[in-house]
Design a protein around this ligand. Structure first.
Ligand code: 16G
Ligand code: MG
Length: 539
């Protein structure tokens, strides 16, 4: 690999001096002006990663999800469509922070040497971006790095994040027995729609579904999916809202899954009529939140915990009906943010085990892989359901003994194709929810009746130094600063059915405090008291 070629390409893509970059839960994410050099360097790293993995294609997604339009971000997708391996996050951080162009090229070669990467071997990278205008220039920085390292590069242009994950897996499994799907955007739509038809098994969906697309990439992509969908086969009628991607400033503005979840209200620009079924995607279409407005009680939200419980209960029933319960183990993965009532419902009512991991999709995804069917969702609406190889083998092997068993087996197999196996996918999750509601004959109100959420409150606390806060036990307890957790425990004990935890945010310079308790006022009071403790220890 030509050192001078990389060096001269790098000189066109400076990093901002003095700034410290860190590959976090969502890759590198910040104001788009700071990202040109970072994206170039991510290109270099993905060129190395592809070569390390025998030339398999690596994905690079340029998006800042639910952040404001001025931000952007870049993250790396591993060959099977999962997140970059943790050990390489450190390599990414080190490479990006190289203080000069010369040191960057030195470090690049040093990495190749220590990781035993043959730089003369072929490498491949595929890329996608959301609708942010800054994405276009960042793609140039990426492609310059790939050209300088002689890496094959395919730009899939505008995609949702889960579509890029899908394509990465498709490229790497094409022509093998584990082929994930056709390597194209059309392939993605066809796979989803065909699986959707099969999963419904002749049932029809009633009532219109209104979808708020956060004025992000989910809008045009959902519209595209709908061109492949024949409503006469499913009864599903979708009305798309907030799909304006021509005015960048409206992206995620007063709408989208993150807005709905954190503000606990419908998007500002829409007026859901009482009883109408609504959902919101986030800016890169990997989060999903459902809601409706009740004529008596007002806005009601069905978040990631609700989607997890709905999917777990339905799939567990299918496994039992198919008589696979001894061979296919199902489990649910949650984070500390999951409402305590949802955990209790899964463990006690559904009798399904729950495990907890720290926040961030990669942790949940990893834990879900240890089940035959792993259902994972963050409360914020990000998640999916993973089917293991063993599950596929069992479903294919089983000879149905009755029409009901046949139905259950075919529904399971269709769901396995419908649900994105690489990462949480709002569009695929939405079709899954619609299928389950149709099978159960449920309205959103029926779905909401399964259990009652504990009142809860999330508070953002500005502290002098968030790094003082270290957690343990899947972020449910603080190990540092010393005595801080004891003080929190003392306060929590004073409330009924209460729980609270504090953690440093991975995406913002602040701490977050979550509290839940038997009543609204107790949850609020507890959150404020714990926030005061965190503030006092916060440096
Ligand atoms: C990132 C994570 C998301 C997590 C959030 C927490 C991915 C793809 N995204 O957006 O899963 O919920 O960070 O943010 O892993 P926080 O650390 O600021 O609370
Ligand atoms: Mg997102």
């Amino acid at each position: 690999m030509d050192r001078d070629l990389i060096l001269s390409a790098s000189k066109k893509h400076d990093i901002v001096p003095g700034k410290v970059y860190k590959y976090g839960t969502a890759g590198f994410r910040m104001s788009a002006d700071l990202l040109d050099g970072v994206t170039f360097r991510v290109g270099l790293l993905s060129a190395l990663r592809s070569r390390k993995l025998n030339g398999q294609a690596i994905g690079v997604m340029i998006t800042a999800s639910h952040n404001p339009a001025v931000d952007n971000g870049v993250k790396i997708v591993d060959p099977m469509g999962d997140m970059l391996e943790q050990e390489w996050e450190a390599h990414a951080t080190n490479l990006v922070n190289a203080p000069s162009h010369d040191e960057l090229v030195d470090y690049f070669h040093k990495l190749a040497e220590t990781l035993k990467i043959d730089l003369s071997a072929p490498g491949k990278v595929i890329a996608g971006r959301d609708t942010r205008p800054s994405g276009k220039t960042l793609v140039t920085a990426l492609s310059d790095a790939l050209a300088a390292t002689n890496t094959t590069y395919v730009d899939y242009k505008i995609l949702t994040t889960p579509q890029l994950h899908y394509l990465t897996r498709c490229v790497n499994t094409e022509g093998t027995p584990g082929a994930y799907g056709e390597v194209s955007e059309t392939g993605y739509y066809n796979k989803l729609i065909q699986a959707f038809y099969r999963a419904l098994r002749g049932r029809t969906i009633s009532g219109k579904l209104s979808v708020d697309c956060a004025n992000g990439v989910g809008g045009p992509k959902l519209n595209e999916l709908l061109k492949h969908h024949d409503p006469s086969k499913t009864g599903l009628e979708v009305k798309v809202y907030n799909d304006d991607v021509l005015r960048p400033e409206v992206l995620n503005l007063d709408c989208g899954a993150d807005f709905v979840k954190t503000r606990q209200r419908a998007p500002v620009s829409v007026k859901p009529a009482p009883g109408e079924r609504w959902c919101s995607l986030d800016g890169d279409a990997d989060r999903l939140i459902y809601y409706w407005v009740d004529p008596e009680t007002g806005f009601f939200m069905l978040d990631g915990d609700r989607i997890a419980t709905l999917a777990a209960s339905f799939i567990a029933d299918l496994i039992r009906t198919a008589d696979l319960q001894d061979n296919v183990r199902i489990g649910v993965v949650q984070t500390a943010y999951a409402n305590g009532s949802s955990t209790k419902y899964v463990e006690q009512h559904l009798q399904i085990p729950v495990v907890f991991t720290p926040t961030g999709v990669k942790h949940l995804h990893h834990a879900a892989c240890s089940y035959d069917i792993g259902v994972y969702f963050e409360a914020n609406g990000h998640g999916t359901v993973l089917f293991s190889q063993n599950t596929w083998a069992e479903v294919k092997r089983k000879e149905p003994q009755s029409p009901a068993q046949k139905d259950a087996l075919e529904t399971l197999s269709a769901l396995g194709d419908l649900i994105n196996q690489t990462v949480g996918d709002a569009i695929s999750d939405m079709l899954m929810v619609e299928v389950i509601l149709a099978h159960k004959g449920w309205s959103l109100r029926d779905w909401a009746m399964t259990y009652q959420d504990l009142p809860n409150r999330l508070v953002r606390v500005e502290v002098g130094n968030k790094d003082l806060f270290q957690t343990t036990d899947a972020e449910r307890k603080l190990s540092q600063p010393e005595h801080c957790q004891d003080d929190i425990d003392k306060v929590v004990k004073k409330y009924t059915n209460a729980r609270s935890f504090a953690r440093a945010s991975g995406t913002e310079n602040a701490c977050r405090v979550y509290a839940e308790a038997a009543t609204r006022s107790e949850a609020d009071e507890l959150a404020n008291k714990v926030a005061a403790i965190v503030k006092a220890y916060g440096g």
